[in-house]
Write a protein that binds this ligand. Structure first.
Ligand SMILES: Cc1ncc(COP(=O)(O)O)c(C=O)c1O
Length: 390
């Protein structure tokens, strides 16, 4: 099958109860929340339509095609040879993180998180009676990011720290961790008995020169002490189906995780979601490849545009994700003024970096997963508004 997807196609999403487009006014271009403005792959559309035509949507039974689709994707895309019975369906990734936290830590324990962090992390940890321990990523002179190893070890060594919640690749900095970095994290976590939950939802979106390494593949200790969370929702624009998968290589850990889900009766599957995920992983590799080519061009365009037209905003090398972590400190505004400025003067909605916690102040997160015409218009609006500041 030689399918070609048109990523330039503009789809009207306003007034469709779309969080991205219907949160702000019609005159605002939304470049914030992490979904794409691309149509999802045709094989998924066809599969959903066909299933919908059955006109009966009762309880499904489980045939393990979902687990098998996750296994196949991990093998083909990342060379991680997992077994399908390591896979557990979850209703999205963040709930999976919560089940893992409940299964592998106790109330009052500390969870280590590299900051700045995807904003639900700092929410779900205290909401579930655990404490967040921050490990601030270090900014290099070229705008890339490094782990502060001394601080990481110090925090991991604290006997109250029982879990490390990794985001790999990292949202919001766009860092893709190398095998060496992941191995070192695993060694430190092994040394101090810290369980690892690795959120790998952005693993398909990695630019040339970098490579995603699943955490569970770095060592046998890592495999035995991790839950890896994935979801094709970011890649294929199917987040509205509320799917996800936890990959848990150790059988005992898998049972503990499953028990947490079972206690909450949280294991029911969505018939359309499972179908969308299976179709994505089994039939839509072409789409993921073409999307990466498109995003690479959007990224190159943005880099050049900012350098030439908005030098006040800095963007370091981006290794992964379609979420760019724009350093707006050169504009000299506090975070509320920045948010207001982009929304009201530029008419572009970005995510306020401040909401990503420690290290986020002065940054804004900018989503480039949209048709090029939209990206160009958003950047032009930003350049005009900043130009008008004088
Ligand atoms: C790192 C990360 N994890 C999880 C999610 C949300 O995933 P889900 O909707 O499957 O809970 C996002 C969405 O932006 C994300 O960036």
């Amino acid at each position: 099958m030689n399918l070609k997807h048109d990523f330039d196609a503009v789809v009207e999403r306003r007034h469709t109860l779309c969080k991205k487009w219907d949160t702000y006014g019609d005159d605002v271009i939304p470049m914030w929340i992490a979904d794409t403005d691309f149509k999802c792959p045709q094989p998924i559309v066809d599969a959903i339509k066909k299933r919908a035509e059955h006109e009966v949507y009762g309880y499904p039974c489980v045939d393990h095609a979902y687990e098998e689709a996750v296994r196949g994707w991990q093998h083909r895309r990342f060379g991680w040879d997992i077994e399908s019975d390591w896979v557990e369906y979850t209703p999205a990734v963040v709930p999976a993180i919560v089940y893992a936290m409940k299964a592998f830590t106790h109330p009052g324990d500390q969870v280590l998180v590299q900051m700045p962090a995807y904003h639900p992390f700092p929410q779900v940890i205290p909401h579930n009676g655990r404490h967040l321990v921050p490990n601030l990523l270090q900014e290099n002179a070229d705008g890339s990011w490094s782990v502060d190893w001394e601080d990481f070890e110090q925090k991991a060594a604290d006997s109250r720290t029982t879990m490390f919640l990794l985001c790999s690749p990292h949202n919001p900095t766009g860092k893709c961790f190398t095998r060496e970095e992941l191995t070192r994290m695993a060694e430190l976590c092994a040394k101090y008995h810290v369980f690892v939950v690795s959120d790998e939802i952005h693993s398909d979106i990695v630019y040339k020169g970098s490579r995603h390494i699943p955490f569970g593949s770095v060592s046998s200790w890592a495999a035995d002490h991790c839950v890896v969370c994935v979801n094709p929702s970011k890649t294929f624009n199917i987040a509205g189906f509320r799917t996800g998968a936890a990959i848990i290589p150790n059988r005992n850990n898998h049972t503990l995780f499953y028990n947490e889900m079972a206690n909450l009766k949280a294991f029911g599957r969505n018939i359309f979601g499972t179908l969308a995920v299976q179709t994505a992983y089994n039939e839509c590799e072409y789409y993921a490849d073409q999307e990466m080519e498109y995003l690479q061009e959007n990224l190159n365009y943005t880099h050049k545009f900012l350098e030439a037209r908005i030098p006040q905003i800095k963007l370091g090398p981006v290794q992964a994700t379609y979420l760019l972590w724009l350093d707006c400190r050169g504009l000299g505004m506090d975070h509320l003024t920045l948010m207001d400025f982009f929304l009201k003067k530029a008419k572009v909605a970005l995510n306020d970096g401040y909401t990503f916690g420690m290290g986020g102040d002065g940054f804004m997160r900018f989503n480039i997963a949209c048709p090029r015409t939209q990206l160009v218009e958003a950047l032009e609006r930003m350049a005009r508004a900043i130009g008008a500041l004088g």
